[in-house]
Design a protein around this ligand. Structure first.
Ligand SMILES: N[C@@H](CCC(=O)N[C@@H](CS)C(=O)NCC(=O)O)C(=O)O
Length: 201
């Protein structure tokens, strides 16, 4: 398998999942501006959406969308417990969280990356995101993980996108449950290995 990624982006989430599961894979860096891979390939020919993450499977398929990739990978190693069994109520709760993180948190940070965003628009997006973070912090107040109280792909996704907060002016110190969550996940060997691999390139 090949994971197409760009350092520090949302592709960190499936990257961590691959390492948590100890699956063999090649990491292929994508230049998100030039839309070329480090192998010299046209990334738009691999993922016409033009964004990471993308996973090329050994049988020639390409899967995109981080939450779909993470679930596909975790289903390859169900014993690792990173996803609840398909069809279970907990699996539906996982979908609920992954959609929320994707649309409200990942999507909520998106506009804040634009340096030229007018101040009023920035304030509006930030306030909206902070309301969503209030919700996540309340959910994590009395539990360690988002689904089944067991570390899994939703936690990994949340961890990856919350890493953007400091550089976008969102101070996580306002939500002790979120800083504690980040601190719990950060030292995991798979997380450290993914961060080190992305920093090397
Ligand atoms: N819905 C996609 C969004 C992916 C996405 O936003 N990727 C960003 C990095 S976090 C990217 O590669 N952006 C480059 C671009 O859009 O040109 C997913 O969840 O995988």
């Amino acid at each position: 398998m090949k994971l197409y990624y760009a350092p520090g982006t949302c592709s960190l989430s499936p990257h961590i999942v691959l390492r948590e599961l100890d699956l063999p894979f090649d990491l292929v860096r994508v230049d998100n501006h030039g839309k070329r891979t480090a192998d010299g390939d046209d990334f738009l020919a691999i993922n016409p959406k033009g964004y990471v993450a993308a996973l090329a499977t050994d049988d020639g398929h390409v899967l995109t969308e981080g939450p779909a990739i993470s679930q596909y990978l975790a289903d390859l190693r169900p014993d690792a417990g990173l996803v609840p069994p398909a069809g279970s109520w907990a699996r539906s709760q996982l979908h609920e969280w992954l959609n929320f993180i994707s649309a409200e948190i990942h999507g909520g940070f998106g506009p804040l990356f634009h340096r030229d965003l007018p101040e009023a628009a920035r304030a509006w997006w930030q306030a909206r995101l902070e309301k969503r973070l209030d919700y996540v912090a309340a959910a994590l107040h009395e539990r360690q993980a988002l689904v089944r109280n067991r570390y899994g792909v939703a936690d990994i996704y949340l961890y990856a996108v919350l890493r953007w907060a400091p550089r976008l002016g969102v101070d996580l110190a306002r939500w002790p449950a979120l800083t504690a969550f980040q601190r719990r996940i950060e030292p995991r060997p798979a997380v450290q290995a993914a961060l080190a691999a992305e920093a090397q390139d």
